[in-house]
Design a protein around this ligand. Structure first.
Ligand SMILES: Nc1nc2c(c(=O)[nH]1)N[C@H]1C(S)=C(S)[C@@H](COP(=O)(O)O)O[C@H]1N2
Ligand SMILES: [Mo]
Length: 407
């Protein structure tokens, strides 16, 4: 197979030796299987989530089920979080391979090892940036979304390549009982020239050892993953919020029982909202028949209620009872229909999320809300008027509206 690299026959003198008989193909294959399932769900829901964040103009977002985005994003963040401990244990289980000797047996083998370097580094960067995103912390100068999305393709590609290359090992590993099967790297290389090699390992039976068993390791890993999931999922599965020790955003801690993303202060609209309170606000509606409407007029219109969740890309979500006027009623009065494409714009002077588009079925279902959970919107939730639509990324539910354009 390809070019034989000319490397010394034995590794450097201070090369590490590994002695845990827990490491085995059977164990790694099982860890890899759960990891693969988690990462697969995380990738698929990530793609869906990205589409809902930036819907294609030829395929408008659906409006039902109302909890669609909540489920997608909850799964994306939860499987992503579960992946972190799983990946660490999986890496531990194959860690000695990093020190295999010779580093590459052939050009092809060298390329395969490089692809693993790409796999591991993209997975680590992806998970760390994702976790920081959940914490609403962006300590880097670049845009999170394109980088996270690009790395997802790199990662999924290198995973598929890795699975294809390792198929013989995976088959062997899954076909062996976890307590039996080879020890991945325990045999000192001097005694076993195949000990650090890949697919053509001579599979040796494990020695009898005391202490943690491989099954015990799998159970401990499962328990650890379960604990991490149980203590974070309360940010979206609200009945579990009391044990959400690792869930920073919980509805009970939020203003009006809803967490706030970007306060009025952060969006620099506080002074503008004081002017709104002083009576200097009108919603300006553009279209074939443009008009303006005051807050009093909006409050005098027939109120509509809806129970839509607000689901943030950062992983928290909560069901909310909204009251307001129907976007469609506002749109019709300007000469539009349920097939119109609508742009809503915020008072917020700067920021990437100070406007959004509504089209397709969402036009008929969206509300321009004045009330949240029975009370008038507080400033941080978008006073005097905000958009809320079903099955929609939180970030697209624009707060502090000033204008509606029927396009
Ligand atoms: N004008 C404006 N609207 C906005 C945002 C913003 O930054 N500016 N943030 C969005 C995000 S990311 C979310 S998750 C929701 C949160 O709404 P809430 O703070 O009322 O819970 O508002 C959305 N609306
Ligand atoms: Mo958000």
């Amino acid at each position: 197979m390809g070019v034989q690299l000319n490397l010394p026959g034995s590794p450097p003198a201070r090369w590490p030796k590994f002695s845990s008989p827990l490491r085995s193909t059977a164990l790694t294959a099982r860890l890899g299987r759960i990891l693969g399932i988690c990462m697969g769900i995380c990738f698929a829901t990530g793609l869906l989530s990205h589409y809902q964040y930036q819907p294609w103009s030829w395929l408008p977002e659906p409006a039902s089920p109302v909890w669609g985005y909540r489920l997608t994003q909850g799964l994306h963040v939860t499987t992503g979080i579960a992946t972190i401990p799983l990946l660490l244990v999986k890496l531990w289980s194959v860690f000695p391979k990093l020190f295999q000797w010779p580093p590459a047996k052939s050009l092809l083998h060298g390329l395969e090892r490089l692809s693993i370097a790409l796999l591991v580094s993209s997975a680590l960067v992806e998970l760390v940036t994702g976790l920081f995103n959940v914490l609403n912390w962006y300590p880097w100068p670049w845009d999170f979304v394109p980088v996270h999305r690009f790395l997802a393709y790199v990662l999924i590609g290198s995973i598929l390549l890795h699975i294809a290359v390792k198929l013989p090992d995976i088959k062997y590993g899954l076909g062996t009982k976890v307590a039996q099967g080879d020890v991945l790297t325990e045999i000192p290389w001097e005694q076993n020239p195949h000990a650090y090699s890949n697919s053509n390992d001579t599979h040796q039976p494990p020695p009898v050892t005391e202490g943690l068993s491989r099954r015990g390791l799998l159970v401990a890993t499962g328990a650890g993953v379960g604990l991490v999931v149980a203590t974070t999922v309360g940010q979206t599965v609200t009945p579990l919020s009391p044990i959400g020790l690792l869930a920073p955003r919980q509805y009970k801690k939020g203003l009006q029982r809803v967490p706030v993303n970007r306060t009025a202060d952060q969006a620099r609209v506080t002074e503008l909202l004081d002017a709104v309170r002083a009576g200097n606000w009108q919603l300006s509606v553009k279209g074939a028949k443009p008009y303006t409407v005051s807050l009093d007029e909006i409050l005098a219109m027939a109120p509509h209620e809806a129970h839509f969740p607000i689901s943030c890309v950062e992983g928290w979500s909560v069901g909310v009872q909204w009251r307001g006027v129907r976007l469609l009623d506002i749109v019709r009065r300007a000469g539009g229909t349920e097939d119109s494409r609508v742009k809503v714009t915020s008072l917020e002077p700067r920021g990437s999320y100070n406007y959004s588009f509504v089209d397709g079925p969402q036009v008929s279902h969206a509300l321009l809300a004045t009330h949240i959970n029975g009370d008038p919107l507080k400033d941080d939730h978008g006073y005097p008027l905000r958009l809320i639509a079903p099955d929609r990324a939180g970030v697209l539910n624009t707060k502090w509206l000033s204008m509606v354009e029927v396009l």
